[in-house]
Write a protein that binds this ligand. Structure first.
Ligand SMILES: Nc1nc2c(ncn2[C@@H]2O[C@H](COP(=O)(O)OP(=O)(O)OP(=O)(O)O)[C@@H](O)[C@H]2O)c(=O)[nH]1
Ligand SMILES: [Mg+2]
Length: 200
């Protein structure tokens, strides 16, 4: 079975994405770092996002990076093992942040200072796209407002610029989405499923 492992800063929405994609009920929290050990599940992605492809995944939802120095030490070995056993690595960032240093430092540690890059398929989610300034989500169409939409290309470019020195990520594999609003998830799943068609 193929492994899909989800990483990113605490609060980015890793567990929320796991829940909506795999129809789970894992605990999330808006105040305190929530996932404290790697949560594992075997199953298929919900049919509504899956566009006719139904592979079974071993899903790993990992504790967030950057919670605190102590927590990062405790979690590191688990994160490292997950990172190096994944076929698809989904790195989640928050759409309303420009601060990626925690992510970069974590990736450096996870890759032994860029010496050990896994031969995985890398995908990034720019989650919480509904919270992008000016937070005027288009409720009628369940989509970003025109103001929010106009910022998306810049966000994708920025994420690409910040992460491509550390992991082999292509702009077309960086997907804006909202786990909460159920937006962009078919695109995300489509790119995850690209694993089956790209050489890794
Ligand atoms: N507005 C909005 N909120 C979201 C979205 N995704 C997640 N959240 C909220 O963000 C908070 C953190 O989400 P989690 O899924 O627990 O984040 P996590 O990355 O698993 O966090 P850790 O387990 O601490 O690493 C929760 O309150 C979620 O409801 C989203 O797309 N939009
Ligand atoms: Mg979590």
């Amino acid at each position: 079975m193929l492994t899909l492992a989800i990483f990113g800063q605490t609060g980015a929405g890793k567990t929320s994405l796991s829940n909506v994609l795999f129809e789970l009920k894992w605990r999330t929290d808006d105040a305190v770092a929530c996932t404290q050990t790697v949560s594992e599940h075997s199953g298929t992605i919900a049919a509504s996002f899956n566009q006719g492809k139904f592979p079974k995944w071993r899903l790993l939802d990992t504790p967030g990076v950057g919670e605190s120095e102590e927590a990062d030490e405790v979690h590191f070995r688990q994160l490292y093992n997950s990172f190096h056993s994944a076929n698809v690595i989904l790195w989640v960032v928050q759409a309303d942040t420009r601060a990626f240093r925690e992510d970069q430092e974590s990736i450096l540690r996870l890759t032994d200072n860029s010496q050990k890059i896994p031969k995985a398929h890398f995908v990034m989610a720019i989650n919480q796209i509904d919270k992008v300034h000016p937070e005027n989500w288009d409720m009628a169409n369940n989509a970003p407002s025109s103001e929010q939409f106009s910022l998306i290309p810049e966000k994708i470019n920025l994420v690409h610029k910040r992460f491509s020195p550390y992991i082999p990520i292509q702009t077309q594999h960086i997907i804006p989405c909202s786990a909460m609003r159920g937006y962009g998830l078919s695109n995300l799943v489509n790119v995850i499923n690209n694993y089956y068609t790209v050489e890794v």
